[in-house]
Design a protein around this ligand. Structure first.
Ligand code: DGL
Length: 277
């Protein structure tokens, strides 16, 4: 007979800095819980990697967070949500950790579209991995059949963020390039999904090159609302999330590199610990 493991912090995982944009909103919405953030910065970006590798890296990260006591882990990464979530939920958890849960960011983002798009023309900006998985297209077809979606890969955006170049002229060039391209494919788009958690860090530039009437949808708030709703609907899991209001940071990179940028993105001083997966 197996006993559920003791309560622990909520795990938040991303390939790199992007997950911090989700963590920030989640903490604002649900400050009472403890959080453990893990960024696999040393191996980011994931967006250009194969299905098998993204699955393997994500599985290692989830295992690590489970070993540190997390009962619930949020994949704050679209690429991992697109390429690894289903396999983890259907094949890994039932065998290794039937009482723990792993949730992603794609479903909560798609669910909101019916409320925010007037003409049902949606644009998706995401990593090559997320776009090629067509996870957004498939979810949209299930929930909102007939909705028009244009998917575009933005392979340069994550490297710009990971390299700390999000405010540079190079970022202007590549942000404009992909916005112009998606709007040339479908000029009727009225809602643009930022389908990568790194992209909110480029938001000032994305806003600058996007016509004003187009709604830009970052994911942080949507994911925070969806987590609050999940915990309300699953009281037995809610009880297994500790409530100390703390947050700890783990990275596979050198903290000397991670901490200054993480401090900038979180808007308060960050001191991380280095781990290996
Ligand atoms: N933040 C990840 C996402 O949402 C970035 C993926 C990457 O590392 O390329 O997809």
């Amino acid at each position: 007979m197996s006993y559920p493991s003791p309560p622990g912090p909520i795990g938040i995982f991303d390939s790199g800095y992007g997950g911090l944009t989700i963590l920030r909103e989640i903490r604002q919405r649900l400050p009472q819980y403890d959080y453990l953030f893990l960024g696999d910065n040393a191996r980011a970006p994931y967006g250009t990697r194969s299905f098998d590798i993204v699955y393997e890296f994500t599985r290692q990260a989830v295992d690590h967070l489970f070993n540190r006591g997390c009962q619930l882990v949020i994949l704050a990464c679209n690429t991992a949500s697109a390429k690894a979530l289903r396999t983890i939920q259907q094949h890994m958890l039932p065998i290794t950790d039937p009482d723990r849960r792993v949730l992603g960011v794609i479903r909560p983002t798609v669910e909101i579209l019916g409320k925010v798009s007037a003409n049902r023309h949606i644009g998706l900006l995401a990593t090559p991995g997320t776009v090629r998985s067509h996870s957004y297209r498939m979810e949209i077809e299930k929930i909102y059949p007939g909705m028009q979606i244009t998917e575009l890969e933005c392979p340069m955006w994550v490297p710009l963020v990971e390299a700390g170049e999000f405010d540079s002229d190079g970022a202007d060039y590549f942000v404009k390039k992909y916005i112009d391209r998606i709007l040339a494919i479908d000029p009727e788009i009225d809602t643009l999904i930022l389908g990568c958690t790194h992209y909110p860090i480029l938001l000032p530039k994305i806003r600058k090159y996007t016509p004003e009437h187009i709604r830009i949808l970052p994911q942080g708030e949507l994911v925070a609302d969806s987590l609050a709703d999940y915990l309300r609907r699953h009281p037995s899991m809610e009880e297994r999330c500790t409530r100390g209001g703390t947050v700890r940071f783990l990275t596979t990179e050198n903290p000397d590199k991670f901490d200054p940028l993480a401090t900038l993105f979180m808007r308060h001083p960050i001191h991380s610990d280095r781990i290996s997966l």
